[in-house]
Design a protein around this ligand. Structure first.
Ligand code: SAM
Length: 209
């Protein structure tokens, strides 16, 4: 872990300077860069990175125990000759989103974010009109942002935010589209817990228009 954490993790450039995602990897990634916000223990991020070895994945998560779990899995994979395509920031995702250049990402993920159920705390929700505007700036036309939550009030909140951001089209034609996780969308740890507890996750695919 002591050897791998500095290799896999990074800090943001000082003084509000921008961050080129390509600079985080040994060589430019053929299929671009994707960011997962609040990856928890990294279950979803790790699966995606395995399925897409020529994409660079950047995870941001302030929970150090989760970061340690993911870094340990990455170390095992890279030591066994697997692709070195995951980088991790232990910080607030909002700082990363602000630091990345326009149209620099090929995809984004915010899965089961903390719900902040009290009305007076809702401004802390990581999906909000400001962060959706950041995602719209970061994703080129045709690329996707994926959101999920099992909290009914957050489902309504996400939809209000989505419908208020004209640069995203919600890719749903019927209930099955938000009630069923698409085949190319791996499960996350929290999602498994939510389903086991009898809650119903909603999955939202947004396309940059
Ligand atoms: C309910 S957990 C879900 C974890 C994971 N996405 C999953 O589905 O298993 C929410 C995660 O968001 C992280 N988080 C909270 N605020 C954050 C922020 N400002 N930036 C990045 N991650 C954040 C938390 O530390 C926590 O791990």
């Amino acid at each position: 872990m002591a050897e791998w954490l500095p290799r896999v993790s990074f800090t943001l450039p000082p003084g509000g300077q921008g961050l080129d995602p390509a600079s985080l990897f040994a060589a430019p990634m053929k299929d671009g860069y994707r960011v997962e916000v609040g990856f928890g223990d990294g279950t979803h991020l790790f699966s995606l990175a395995e399925a897409m070895p020529t994409t660079g994945f950047i995870g941001v998560e302030p929970y150090e125990h989760g970061v340690a779990k993911l870094v340990t899995r990455v170390a095992g994979k890279v030591a066994a000759g697997g692709p070195d395509n995951i980088r991790v920031l232990t910080d607030d995702a909002r700082l990363l989103l602000k630091a990345l250049p326009d149209a620099s990402l090929a995809g984004g993920y915010v899965l089961f974010p903390d719900p902040w159920p009290k009305k007076r705390h809702q401004w802390r929700r990581i999906v909000n009109p400001d962060t959706l505007a950041d995602w719209a700036r970061l994703l080129p036309q045709g690329h996707e942002l994926r959101l999920a939550t099992d909290v009914p009030d957050y489902q309504r909140w996400m939809l209000r935010c989505i419908l208020g951001e004209p640069r995203f089209a919600w890719l749903a034609e019927g209930r099955a589209d938000w009630l069923r996780r698409p085949a190319d969308w791996p499960a996350s740890k929290y999602e498994q817990k939510a389903i086991a507890a009898g809650r119903t996750p909603h999955y939202y695919r947004l396309q940059r228009v």
